[in-house]
Design a protein around this ligand. Sequence first.
Ligand SMILES: [Zn+2]
Length: 187
Amino acid sequence: MSAVESYDRKLLLENAAERAIDLAEYSAINNGKDIPVGAIALFGAAIAGSGYAMDGESGIQHMHAEIVSLEQAMHTPDTVVTTMEPCEQCQDRMAEIESIKTVAYVTPRTELSDRLLVNPRPSINERIARYELPYRVIRLSNPALLQRALEPLEFTSRDLLTGTTDVDSEGFRIYRDARNLRDIGQS
Ligand SMILES: [Zn+2]
């Protein structure tokens, strides 16, 4: 792969991660009892499917964002981009789909260990080290992406810890992230 190709590939994955974070933000607002995770399934450079964690909404356990994005995929996905390091169940599901060659994520589970959001689980790195996954795993280490991805997680964490929810006049959870506050400040 040439330098230009790999640069384009990185941009493609980061752009997909931005869309996945948008979904995680939506989930944080509207789907409050879940860990807000978003995922995008790619077919080449096109978005094949998208999803966010739907445990609370659907009443079906384990409708994690990655699974939803694959179930909604219109084409055979080759890549899944997710806002958080995928759990073992999702790792296995993605391993069953032969077309998937790459899984990229933004937030490592270790980032959440002090936020009481996820149970301690083996890191995906352990399975990579044991050659248990048939796809390449990429951590998108862009600091701006990580900061954005953590905001909905921290928002839901606060909410879960305090047991309080701010709701607007239409019943939607009030979610203010740093970008929105900056945007308002500039207008
Ligand atoms: Zn999962």
